[in-house]
Design a protein around this ligand. Sequence first.
Ligand code: AMP
Ligand code: GLY
Length: 426
Amino acid sequence: MKVLIVGSGGREHAIAASVAKSERADRIYCAPGNAGIGQIAECVPIGAMEFERIRDFALENGVDLVIVGMDDPLVGGLVDVLEQAGIRAFGPRKNAAVLEGSKAFSKDLMKKYGIPTAAYEVFDQAEDALEYLHTGAKFPIVLKADGLALGKGVLICNTLEEAEDGVCAIMTERRFGTAGNRLVIEEFMTGREVSVLTFTDGKTVRVMSSAQDHKRALDGDRGPNTGGMGTFSPSPFYTPEVDRFCREHIYQATVDAMAAEGRPFQGVIFFGLMLTPDGPKVLEYNARFGDPEAQVVLPRMKNDMIEVCEACIDGTLDRIDLQFEDNAAVCVVLASEGYPVKYEKGFPIEGLERFDGMEGYACFHAGTKLSEDGRTFLTNGGRVLGVTAKGATLQEARANAYRATEWIHFQNKSMRHDIGKAIDEA
Ligand code: AMP
Ligand code: GLY
């Protein structure tokens, strides 16, 4: 089979590595990919939002399966464009990807179908939001831009003043662009956060091993929010009891709700959960694998990735027995100093060859590119690499991952030193 993956980050590298393990994969393409993906796939210089070019490339090259990794093209309707041309594509159609694309939509869905989540109100006008803050609000309170905002459209406000500034930033100044046309104001929840990725074919849902992300830039959960600085899997806080509750009241309930709305969801639903004192509640939905959750979950998956993707497309997921290795994995992101605010790039990366042939280790590329002469890997983004290691236990995986971070050198390399620290409290 010829498989085309759409995206360019560490997640897409992890997807490509998973596809490469399948005996059915003869040829793997990635649009646009990055330097690391280029070692296992053929990168084609087409952007993830160039739908017609992606479609034409797939037709001209006889691509049998397209896997869309990123949120923007999913929400924009890439899968619909491909399907209309008769190309098999893994990922939700536009009318289902709205689960991630609009927080107001997802909150209303959860309310309508009784899926546990934080109490909320939706506003179209800044004045109404401000009025609400002055009358009905308890602090801290959470403001969320309705649309996609690179994971940055969420503000947690401790005081009325902060919340007023937040409403202005999102709705008046449009700091997150049109994502701020509408605003969700939400109750603040406390508890442990867990990410659970699931496959679904629109009816059946299959749950992957749990994970936890570290979104803040600096040790001790300080600093600005980022795309994610590291992950571990499984989460020791995601107990069998929590899992049982979530399968019934959250995962299957969501899949059924989308089907009932005439928006059957086929692809990956990422459930961002808060394990609150009142039980698990949904923080957010994503319509794709997490980044960097995929970098710890997929290396532990035993199934053939192509087979699972096809089952989601064909509506035969009930025949798949999803299995994960009985071990753990930790991913530490190596970033450029200053990320996510201001950083330099273009520095040579050394030590990548240390991962060659190392069973249980992987170095997933996020922001890298090859030098002009094609000989040197260069830093090319805020998040540069994701160093993943497995271990029999989470502690062992963490020790292995941090040891492997030392194999890599580049100027302005930075990372968090406490990825998986929560494991010790479990
Ligand atoms: P989101 O993009 O919706 O996942 O939000 C980003 C981060 O903000 C989450 O990972 C949480 O840490 C935090 N957050 C979002 N909503 C809430 C909430 N209702 N209560 C507490 N924290 C929240
Ligand atoms: N790691 C969080 C996300 O992928 O949205």
